[in-house]
Design a protein around this ligand. Structure first.
Ligand code: AHR
Length: 527
């Protein structure tokens, strides 16, 4: 068969083991994420486990979530963890960070505006345990002092019977005598903005102060510093320069440097305005489709550029990248419940964004140790949408399911040679790559995930593995007749992956047709 593209997998060129935490999640007290999304309450008619939505637990377990970030986001820097522990009826009601957002359409007394604190640390830990994920807590740097942070660590990690806070953890509505043993702690969130409007130098000072002498209770604490927004290299440079002034040993104290990247300016490059620049989640034209993919694809250069700056100061690259917020961000209007601030539908286009982003993380497994898609449910590029007892999986969920074999496998270098595609951008021809993806190896099983972004053309591709033959192959494909396709409560399975048998040539080489606007996983048994 004639082919117009080639993929060559170089199994002898290992990149690094793919940290499963790259497939992490993010939950914030924002819109419909916690209340109505995760938490329905013990007395709800919605099936629940200790107040946590049972359908969510079951679906999330299937994709083995490694880590979940909580409680924000911007909310984290206004949150006092002490409000969310102990007897629920005595927990205070507070103003939520998001109360004044212009898109907020929750009733005046809704939990989206006024935080009832019915879901707090123990409820979150219960959720993590139910789904088998590790917690990653973001600490309030803007509003609380370092002492409150140490006490949160003590509350979570001190053995029962040792301190008053450990005893408080072991009592209350979801008691736990077992310490939570929280390893991951984010020191602030977006400290350049909602987290305090700090300069990088000021933030470096706060980071040192907060992490100087945290009691560990035998837990290997891993601190994640609040990193840059997209391409703000000055933030990275300023923090690393000031940190090194104190001594290079400081870098041993930092597990991860955060990076946030949202894909949102989808008006064909016509405006970069924060609100006007956002497009619609469902209604988009060809230009907006490719522009959004291009915006998402910037993650690769962001990783490379921040990594290079980090390396100027931390020459041994002890500090790795944690992309703790990423995903698509559209204007309001497609949320399935008006109280879901920043809620949006999710189409096949979002599936392609998820796949190309996860592929990028796999290819940079030597640099990225964790990533958290924003956000888990009812907010931005969610895996799940809910309304009352109704619940659905988005196309993005299916990408996470398809990519599971990459978790913990060995990323290997892969060369994609495919003609780039062209589209019209502001009336001028623009180019975008023709095929991209990533590969990983576990024993003799190679997982190759591939995105074909072309809206109309499939790509007949020859796939070869250098130094091995492909004995058997199996494909799983996520594709729809229309890239605008999405799942609804009426048609919840409009977009879902299908398995396909694949024939391998006698020469141990495979020719595969990647369908237009598709995500494909090939599993190749090698000899
Ligand atoms: O995910 C929504 C918000 O986006 C987060 O709270 C904040 O960190 C980011 O700006």
């Amino acid at each position: 068969r004639a082919t117009d593209a080639r993929i060559e997998v170089l199994i002898d060129e290992a990149i690094a083991t793919i940290n499963p935490d790259i497939y992490g999640h993010f939950t914030e007290h924002l819109g419909g994420v916690i209340y109505g999304g995760i938490w329905v309450g013990e007395r709800s008619s919605v099936p629940n486990i200790d107040g946590i939505r049972a359908a969510l637990v079951e679906a999330l377990k299937r994709i083995k979530p490694p880590v979940i970030r909580y409680p924000g986001g911007c909310f984290a820097d206004s949150y006092d963890w002490r409000d969310g522990v102990g007897a629920r009826e005595r927990r205070p009601r507070r103003t939520n960070f998001w109360v004044d957002d212009p898109d907020m359409r929750a009733p005046a007394d809704a939990p989206q505006r006024f935080e009832p604190n019915q879901f707090g640390t123990n409820e979150f830990m219960r959720f993590c345990r139910l789904v088998g994920a590790e917690p990653y807590l973001a600490v309030n740097v803007r509003g609380l002092g370092a002492q409150a942070f140490y006490e949160w660590v003590e509350y979570c990690n001190a053995p029962a019977g040792t301190t008053t806070l450990a005893e408080l953890r072991a009592s209350g509505p979801v008691p736990s005598r077992e310490p939570f043993r929280v390893r991951f702690w984010g020191i602030g969130n977006e400290s350049w903005g909602c987290g305090g409007n700090l300069t990088p130098e000021e933030y470096a000072m706060e980071f040192r102060r907060f992490t100087a002498a945290v009691p560990s209770y035998g837990v290997d604490l891993k601190f994640i510093a609040s990193g840059a927004n997209s391409d703000d290299l000055n933030w990275t440079r300023g923090f690393f320069a000031r940190t090194r002034e104190k001594g290079e040993w400081m870098f041993d104290r930092i597990y991860g440097w955060g990076l946030h990247h949202y894909s949102w300016n989808v008006s064909g490059g016509r405006t970069t305005d924060w609100r006007a620049g956002k497009g619609d989640a469902i209604k988009f034209d060809e230009e907006q489709y490719y522009e959004l993919l291009r915006e998402a694809d910037r993650i690769e250069s962001l990783i490379d550029r921040h990594w290079a700056v980090m390396g100027e100061y931390d020459r041994r690259h002890r500090v790795k990248l944690v992309v703790d917020e990423w995903g698509t961000w559209y204007r309001s209007g497609t949320e399935i419940d008006p109280t879901h601030l920043l809620g949006q539908q999710s189409t096949m286009r979002d599936a392609l964004v998820a796949a190309l982003t996860l592929d990028t993380f796999n290819r940079h497994a030597d640099k990225v140790v964790m990533a958290n898609i924003a956000q888990l449910v009812n907010c931005l590029q969610s895996l799940f949408l809910t309304r009352e007892d109704r619940f659905l999986l988005t196309p993005t969920y299916h990408v996470f399911e398809m990519f599971m074999p990459h978790m913990g496998a060995q990323a290997v270098r892969t060369v994609f040679a495919a003609p780039s595609l062209t589209y019209r951008r502001n009336g001028q021809p623009a180019r975008f790559w023709g095929l991209s993806g990533s590969a990983s190896l576990r024993d003799k099983l190679l997982t190759l995930t591939v995105v074909n972004p072309h809206l109309a053309e499939s790509r007949a591709t020859e796939i070869a593995v250098r130094g091995a033959r492909i004995a058997r192959a199996q494909a799983r494909v996520l594709v729809a007749d229309d890239v605008h396709a999405h799942n609804t409560f009426e048609n919840p399975r409009a977009v879902e992956p299908r398995d396909e048998a694949v024939e391998v040539g006698a020469n141990g080489v495979l020719v595969y047709d990647f369908r237009p606007a598709s995500v494909t996983r090939l599993q190749l048994s090698l000899t």
